[in-house]
Design a protein around this ligand. Structure first.
Ligand SMILES: Nc1nc2c(c(=O)[nH]1)N[C@H]1C(S)=C(S)[C@@H](COP(=O)(O)O)O[C@H]1N2
Ligand SMILES: [Mo]
Length: 348
């Protein structure tokens, strides 16, 4: 475990909880078990007064009922915070100290974004679409609202949603009530919550969450590459029972059915492998049928658990050839650490 996690980081971690890994057993994460990341405070919104404004060649203004009256799309999507895995990086990166649990899968329902952008009018000069949330705070010394942009061609994708439902009910306050953006396959920060304003821009957005945060870089002087799609990752449900403090596992001798889920924002998961010796040797897991392009894919593996100490791992590869590394690659923000998970198990 990483040393030197401060009280300030604990304060963040206590607000922004992860998904307990045993909840990987649910194909769709129950709402209260989905991870949470809230940079500032949860805005409390009066749905009757709330309106979304869309600024293109024209200005549109829509209430929640207007959005619900439009053709809807519902899809199952796995969402992961770009900082998942950060706490395992060395040197230590100070921010929300995620281990591996910053992930969840939801059934998101909403109005597709593209027809709304077309109604607002996309000019020939349109380059990006900016999404602004109602939440305000100070970050990097700058007062701001949470704002992120998307390249126009991505924003016009058929499966980009303005979501007002999660798992068959209204969005809960912590997940963006009354409306959030959902861009399947992209890291969490893309999915702006508590949406208030959408604007077509002719130039790239240079705000804090775009130009300072969420870039892969080694130092402050580098512009770096923006984070976009989720790298492949597989997680396994820790088997057996945990020790209260260390969470190390104890498993009985004999056949142990390992299971987990894997995802990638780049391409469908093609293969998951399991190791019981810390990654020295690997065997292929059996994949469940896919549950849609954007949902994680279940896998299972029969492990013959022999007495002693073992280190269980799993790793995913996607159809684009991306595979999880054994060791993390460090970067300034501690993003996209998709190094394989290790679970210490005592078989007795
Ligand atoms: N308005 C707003 N949108 C936001 C955030 C935020 O703090 N404010 N956090 C982002 C980040 S970093 C992540 S990982 C996801 C988390 O979504 P969830 O809390 O619904 O799991 O929301 C994103 N959208
Ligand atoms: Mo995030």
């Amino acid at each position: 475990m990483s040393e030197g996690i401060s009280l300030e980081e604990l304060q963040l971690a206590a607000r922004n909880h992860g998904m307990p890994l045993e909840a990987l057993r649910f194909p769709v994460t129950p709402v209260g078990l989905h991870y949470l990341l809230i940079h500032y405070d949860v805005p409390i919104v009066d749905a009757g007064e709330w309106k979304l404004s869309v600024h293109g060649e024209r200005k549109l203004s829509l209430g929640l009922d207007d959005l619900r009256a439009r053709p809807a799309l519902e899809l199952t999507a796995t969402m992961e915070c770009a900082g998942n895995g950060r706490a395992r990086l060395e040197p230590h990166v100070i921010s929300q100290p995620w281990l591996l649990e910053a992930v969840g899968t939801g059934r998101w329902k909403g109005a597709p974004l593209r027809p709304l952008l077309e109604e607002a009018g996309v000019s020939d000069g349109g380059a990006e679409v900016l999404f602004t949330g109602l939440d305000r705070g100070i970050e990097g010394g700058e007062e701001q609202r949470f704002q992120r942009s998307l390249p126009l061609e991505e924003a016009l994708g058929d499966e980009v949603l303005l979501a007002y439902e999660l798992n068959g009910a209204s969005l809960p306050p912590q997940h963006g009530f009354p409306l959030r953006l959902l861009v399947p396959g992209w890291y969490g920060m893309t999915n702006v919550k508590w949406l208030d304003r959408i604007e077509i821009l002719e130039r790239p957005f240079e705000g804090y969450q775009q130009a300072q945060s969420y870039r892969l870089r080694q130092n402050e002087d580098e512009a770096g590459e923006p984070l976009q799609r989720m790298l492949p990752r597989s997680l396994l449900v820790p088997p057996g029972i945990p020790e209260f403090l260390t969470r190390e596992r104890t498993v009985p001798v004999g056949e142990c059915r390992l299971e987990g889920r894997a995802w990638s924002g780049f391409a469908p998961v093609e293969r998951v492998e399991v190791s019981a010796d810390g990654g020295a040797s690997w065997a292929e897991a059996e994949l469940d049928p896919p549950e849609g392009r954007w949902a994680w894919r279940g896998w299972r593996f029969r492990w013959d658990a022999q007495p002693g100490e073992h280190i269980l791992c799993s790793r995913a590869r996607d159809e684009a050839g991306n595979e999880q590394p054994l060791e993390p690659a460090w970067n300034l923000g501690g993003y996209a650490n998709n190094a394989v998970q290790t679970v210490r198990v005592t078989v007795s």
